[in-house]
Design a protein around this ligand. Structure first.
Ligand code: DSN
Length: 422
């Protein structure tokens, strides 16, 4: 019997878990922030370390019984420092937003000026967007992409930084398909005396695998979630220069959080170990090759790609003007056809973030299944067919069946269909 504890206690949740495993197996999952965690990561996440409280840090805890949690956390810290080449790591943030909050709390006073990319241009809520704590507690002056190229314009960012004199500048995005020149950000920060914070949540795996330049050790601080291209559990970590270590640690506890999630810490350690293998390097390179192949196919089918293409794991395309369908309606039609995406604003999009003009996709999850360029071509063609027949339920159902058929040949890490019948 699979999931025997749940079968006895809560069959309703057991059924939902199995149904979700089937959904993840049968669909082409293109949300660029999602992935498949390995069985090893899942085992650590579901382990008894969920039972232990351990406020504090290894060797300096408030509760006893930390012989093993200290070893787990030290392993995660050492692996994070080594893989990112930074002097300090804190592996306790509950997720990406608290990780960014911690950095600001450590380095800034409320009311200080910060500069991050505007949300509708691909920045994250916690990079100073007006409805978020980061835009409310700090004086946020977002920078934007260049309207002509839809790229970062480093000269403009420098000009703006000289004018507003931020205390901290954030580089790293959730919907930017191009390479980030982190060295330029270091220069800009040095020119105006600002802290340089890199939020590499989306591209961590690419950085580790050598498929995107690293901001380290140039950046003062860095945050990353652990569940995107890194393929770990839901969680996050912070790395920094040694001089900020104490401030960061104090900002986590007692500043913002209580007990760390030790089961997550264990799984982060596992993910970092997996990411330091040659196989992971190949994975990261293939993620980018797949994104480029998919972008090429979409381009050939008349999709307007923001910035014209991609250098990383992510593609953003406009649908409202170029295909006559809103991003939300397009994403809903893709989903019916077994292709899971999310609608997204595109730069200079006048529509609301809830009903934006574009769609965001990426290749981290499908690459974890072993899909390569030939599958990207098929997916691109299906996506075009979906848009052309978005109101035709029969066509969408036929494509969903074809997608499901293709997916059978590409096993998902962490999921074993043999379990479903037991
Ligand atoms: N929700 C994440 C993403 O999809 O990019 C960012 O936090």
């Amino acid at each position: 019997m699979y999931l025997p504890g749940l079968a006895q206690t809560d069959p309703e949740i057991r059924d939902l878990i199995i149904a979700e495993e089937k959904r993840e197996w049968e669909k082409v999952r293109l949300i660029p922030s999602e992935n498949y965690a390995s069985s090893a990561v899942m085992e650590a996440t579901g382990s008894v370390f969920t039972n232990k409280y351990s406020e504090g840090y290894p060797g300096k805890r408030y509760y006893e019984g930390q012989q093993l949690t200290d070893r787990v956390e030290n392993l995660a810290i050492d692996r994070a420092k080594k893989i990112f080449g930074m002097e300090h790591a804190n592996v306790q943030p509950y997720s990406g937003s608290p990780a960014n909050m911690t950095v600001y709390h450590a380095l800034l006073e409320h009311g200080d000026t910060i500069m991050g990319l505007a949300l509708p241009h691909g920045g994250h809520l916690t990079h100073g967007w007006k409805v978020n704590f980061s835009g409310k507690s700090y004086h946020s002056v977002p920078y934007e992409l260049d309207p002509a190229t839809e790229l970062l314009n480093y000269d403009k960012i420098l000009e703006q930084a000289k004018e507003v004199k931020p205390k901290l500048i954030i580089a790293g995005y959730t919907a930017y398909p191009r390479t980030i020149d982190f060295a330029k950000f270091r220069e800009i920060c040095d020119a105006v005396g600002a802290f340089f914070h890199a939020d590499i949540s989306h591209i961590t795996g690419l950085i580790i695998g050598g498929a995107h330049p690293s901001p380290f050790p140039m950046a003062d601080t860095g945050t990353t979630t652990s569940h995107k291209t890194l393929r770990g559990p839901r969680g996050a970590l912070i790395v920094s220069r040694k001089e900020y270590a104490e401030k960061i640690d104090k900002a986590i506890i007692p500043g913002l959080q209580g007990g760390p999630h030790n089961h997550t810490t264990a799984a982060i350690a596992v993910a970092l170990k997996e990411a330091s293998t040659p196989e992971f390097k190949q994975y990261a390179q293939q993620v980018v090759r797949n994104a480029k192949a998919l972008a090429e196919e979409l381009n050939a089918n008349g999709f307007r790609l923001v910035s014209g293409g991609t250098d990383n794991h992510l593609i953003l395309f406009e649908t409202l003007k170029s295909k006559g369908i809103s991003g939300r309606d397009a994403a809903k039609a893709f989903d019916k056809a077994g292709i899971v995406t999310n609608c997204n604003t595109v730069p200079f999009d006048p529509s609301s973030p809830f009903n934006p003009a574009g769609v965001r996709i990426g290749t981290p999850a499908i690459t974890s299944r072993g899909m390569k360029e030939p599958e990207m071509k098929k997916i691109g063609k299906w996506m075009n067919e979906v848009i052309e027949h978005h109101a035709d339920e029969q066509v969408l159902a036929r494509i969903a069946a074809e997608v499901k058929e293709m997916c059978q040949s590409f096993p998902c890490p962490g999921i074993n269909p043999g379990n479903w019948e037991s």
